[in-house]
Design a protein. Structure first.
Length: 228
């Protein structure tokens, strides 16, 4: 591990719930303002990396306190090189096109999953999509009650919230965070980042679209080959 990486890990290890929540909120605000675009990709990639570092090395105990803005500034300064990251390949092409919202992407994913019998063949993916839908509604509901007295933030899901969501997708056997990038904290729950969930959904959508396209092309080829 080089000095740059050691500095980031050291700063992340000094962070906790408040800093993690602040980074998730900042990423959400950037995405709300700029969308998932080529122009802002580096800034968002930096924030996503910091979220994962703080979640991995920081204190996961849930507590009510204000974030340490000096510490957050240090994290940003130590990770400034990440702003130069650029998307490649198919993702670059997708990001150059108009954005679709999280619920719109859920609809597109569901429509693709129903094509050509894929829904029957890919039951785990169907369960994943159902869980993504439930998490979207959990997030939307959390936004309406986030500013209430005693709230731990709009991205926080309690253990009870998670159990209720999990009951709707019994075909998923993995434990939380399971197949979606939730941020588990202590036994009291998780942080839900709509951006991490959206990006994971987009990646899986692109993978499924490529898989379906390959199946479709093979089927067409076979039909042509079998014609007299």
């Amino acid at each position: 591990m080089n000095q740059q990486a050691r500095t980031l890990v050291e700063l992340a290890s000094q962070s906790g719930f408040a800093e993690l929540h602040s980074l998730v909120d900042e990423l959400h605000r950037r995405r709300s303002e700029h969308g998932i675009t080529l122009d802002d990709y580096g800034q968002q990639a930096q924030l996503k990396t910091l979220i994962h570092l703080v979640h991995t090395y920081g204190e996961r105990r849930v507590e009510k306190r204000k974030p340490n803005f000096k510490l957050l500034a240090g994290l940003r300064e130590a990770s400034i090189h990440l702003v130069e990251l650029r998307p490649r390949g198919l993702l670059k092409t997708v990001l150059a096109a108009p954005n679709v919202s999280w619920p719109e992407l859920l609809v597109m994913f569901g429509a693709l999953l129903a094509q050509g019998g894929l829904e029957r063949r890919l039951a785990p993916i169907h369960a994943y999509l159902q869980l993504q839908r439930l998490l979207y509604f959990a997030f939307a509901n959390g936004m309406t009650r986030a500013k209430g007295e005693g709230s731990l933030g709009r991205y926080f899901l309690t253990e009870g919230d998670l159990r209720r969501l999990w009951a709707h997708v019994p075909q998923l056997e993995a434990e939380w965070p399971g197949p979606v990038p939730l941020l588990p904290l202590d036994s009291r729950g998780c942080l839900l980042s709509p951006e991490l969930l959206y990006d994971d959904l987009l990646q899986k959508y692109l993978e499924l679209a490529a898989y379906w396209g390959a199946c479709y092309d093979r089927r067409q080829y076979c039909q042509v080959a079998e014609e007299p």
